[in-house]
Design a protein around this ligand. Structure first.
Ligand code: TAP
Length: 496
């Protein structure tokens, strides 16, 4: 036990009765209490500590420090000092070495990170193990490669780092969102203060240990845990130069207002209501799997989820019947069981929202079908649900449910599909399923969505820019476009 651990455990609440699942005992060594990570050290927050729970059991996992304004000040000051004295003076090649080291350590500690993520978030271990954590490593490897090549990123000559980046992330992909934010910021030469979501701070704390292992200079990355107040204090801090936010459109709008006129550069990745368009010439077996993956991956807690299925009218019944048959084979339950397909809903608040919107869907006349899954006694669960007969004006067709709920609508012609797909305040992603390449390209051209998948869905790659139009936010993460968000450069034209 370090001196710091001793200091914080004296103040921390007791560990209650959290009993780790069998797989986690040998892999994940949890502390009773996690401090903030400021200037390369774990320190206790000045606010009242809070607990993070497993959404699958409602049992407490650990107590977490709560950063108040003074803690946020200390974190920003550490990031500023590290920027001025160390990070901005390193060559790109040296910054890249640290990022490569972080990527390799993520791979080495992959099992531990995957277990922590599934425990804290509720997502199935096969997703955290095969998707989230490998992508985290991929993101660091990718941006490590850019660190010494910024002059060749097409951003104009001699692009300059911005300074201190304030980053606020949501609970649906806690570690992956952290990687999306930190990797490009550091590659571009900025230092960081990041705030994880209140319900999922655990993997960020293990990541802080990785930063110590990687010997990252103190203060280059600081992690402040807490609730919305902490996030607000961070983005409003006068000494940050850049704000990067992923979360709900409501909070994103408030952040945009609060930083307006301050000169801070802002990137917002917000909600979505993606159309997944299936034409009658689509490879149907593949499309069924893609529809299921599109909306039931990560319990539908995905901003780019294919939550509106637009299916050509003449194949509607076949597609819906096959979907129901496929969903009946999915297993819902313990996120740490390798055979689990559908995990827990992340929080009681999110479960309440999914229930409320689903009840509204029924009240508005849509037909509800729910997969026949056994619901565990404790924890937050919502079985995969399909709504048919959904009208374009109903709330489940317009609002983000952010849960395992699919709304099915029909169309007859490509023009009608395009009009319905674009009939949303959001513009983050879309999917097109068809055998004809020419049709895919023609439809994709007319969809107002930042990411469009063809004959696949929910595929992510660090080289590919990701971001939205309209109320889905602005700015891009991923690829060289993701670097632009963290650089000041002359001669940069926004990518088409
Ligand atoms: P939010 O409630 O917006 O929370 C996101 C983050 O902001 C959390 O860390 C939250 O802290 C913090 N926060 C809350 N109020 C704040 C304020 N006034 N100022 C600064 N920070 C504040 O969203 P969520 O419920 O975590 O995530 C779900 C939403 O995120 C969905 O709408 C989803 O579509 C969107 N999302 C978008 C994307 C992309 S890439 N577009 C990716 C993932 C999620 P607390 O956790 O303590 O509340």
């Amino acid at each position: 036990m370090t001196e710091n651990d001793k200091a914080v455990s004296a103040k921390a609440p007791s560990f209650l009765d959290y009993a780790p699942a069998p797989e986690s005992t040998s892999v994940l060594h949890l502390k009773k209490h996690y401090g903030l990570f400021i200037d390369g050290e774990f320190v206790d927050g000045r606010g009242d500590a809070f607990t993070t729970i497993s959404p699958a059991t409602e049992k407490e996992i650990a107590s977490i420090s709560n950063a108040n304004n003074a803690d946020v000040d200390a974190a920003v000051a550490a990031a500023r000092k590290a920027y001025d004295r160390t990070w901005s003076k390193l060559s790109g090649a040296d910054r890249g070495k640290y990022l490569f080291r972080i990527a390799r350590l993520v791979q080495e500690r992959a099992r531990e990170l995957a277990v922590a993520e599934s425990l804290d978030n509720g997502k199935p271990i096969k997703e955290s193990r095969d998707v989230d954590v490998p992508l985290v490593a991929a993101w660091f490897f990718y941006y490590a490669g850019w660190a010494d090549k910024l002059d060749y990123a097409g951003l104009g000559p001699n692009p300059q780092s911005l300074g201190v980046a304030a980053q606020v992330i949501p609970w649906n992909f806690p570690l992956l969102m952290l990687a999306w934010k930190i990797a490009p910021a550091l590659a571009a030469g900025n230092t960081v203060v990041i705030k994880p979501a209140e319900t999922t701070p655990l993997s960020a704390m293990i990541f802080a240990e990785i930063l110590q292992q990687a010997d990252l200079p103190k203060g280059v990355v600081n992690i402040v845990t807490g609730a919305g107040d902490t996030g607000q204090a961070l983005v409003n801090h006068p000494d940050v130069n850049k704000v990067a936010f992923t979360g709900s459109t409501g909070v994103g709008r408030a952040i945009a207002k609060s930083v307006a006129g301050t000169g801070k550069k802002v990137t917002l990745e917000l909600g979505g209501k993606a159309a997944n368009i299936v034409f009658d010439d689509a490879p149907i077996d593949q499309a069924i799997e893609g529809i299921v993956n599109g909306i039931f991956f990560n319990q539908g807690h995905v901003c780019c989820a294919g939550s509106r299925l637009l299916v050509q009218e003449n194949i509607h019944d076949e597609v819906v019947d096959r979907l129901k048959a496929r969903l009946s084979t999915l297993r819902m339950g313990d996120p740490l069981d390798k055979n689990t397909d559908i995990g827990a809903i992340n929080s009681k608040a999110q479960l309440d929202r999914i229930r409320e919107l689903s009840n509204v869907g029924e009240a508005e006349g849509a037909e509800r079908w729910t997969a026949d899954c056994a619901i565990p006694e404790n924890g937050f669960w919502f079985a995969p649900t399909i709504f048919t007969n959904v009208s374009t004006s109903s709330r489940i067709a317009r609002e983000e449910v952010f849960g395992p709920v699919l709304s099915v609508l029909t169309f007859r012609t490509p023009a009608e599909a395009i009009a319905k797909a674009n009939n949303t305040p959001y513009g983050l992603s879309a999917g097109i399923w068809s055998d004809k390449g020419s049709r895919i390209l023609a439809v994709a051209d007319k969809l107002r969505a930042g990411v469009i998948w063809a004959n696949t869905f929910n595929r992510f790659d660090p080289a590919s820019p990701f971001g939205g139009y309209k109320e889905s936010g602005y700015g891009r993460e991923g690829g060289r476009h993701g670097l632009a968000a963290y650089l000041e450069s002359a001669g940069w034209a926004a990518p088409a």
